[in-house]
Write a protein that binds this ligand. Structure first.
Ligand code: ZN
Length: 109
């Protein structure tokens, strides 16, 4: 199981957005990175190109750059801050699932 998943609230613990939180919009498992909404903006130069959906305009855009997972911490919904987590199994009926447990308050999320 991944430490960080899509739609998670995460805390950025390194870089220029250190101390800020945001929502994960995409995880890139191959590169151990994630895109966090509104965080780690980078300027990207795009060339105008002809694609299947028509012409894409070129120029300079601001876009989220992927952040390495080691620079992110899951945010516990009840502590409302970045926390360290354990992995625990929970049983719901006959379904066994692995969840994250906040090391601080013990909440599962
Ligand atoms: Zn907690």
């Amino acid at each position: 199981m991944k430490r960080i998943r899509k739609d998670d609230q995460v805390l950025v613990i390194s870089g220029k957005d250190k101390g800020r939180t945001g929502r994960v919009i995409r995880v890139i498992p191959d590169r151990d990175r994630a895109l966090v909404e509104g965080r780690n903006f980078a300027t990207k130069h795009v060339r105008a190109q002809q694609g299947p959906s028509g012409v894409t305009e070129g120029g300079i855009i601001q876009t989220e750059a992927p952040i390495h997972l080691s620079n992110l911490m899951p945010v516990c919904p009840s502590c409302d801050q970045g926390v360290r987590v354990n992995y625990v199994f929970t049983e719901e009926g006959n379904r066994r699932s692995k969840v994250r447990e906040c090391k601080k308050c013990g909440a599962h999320f």
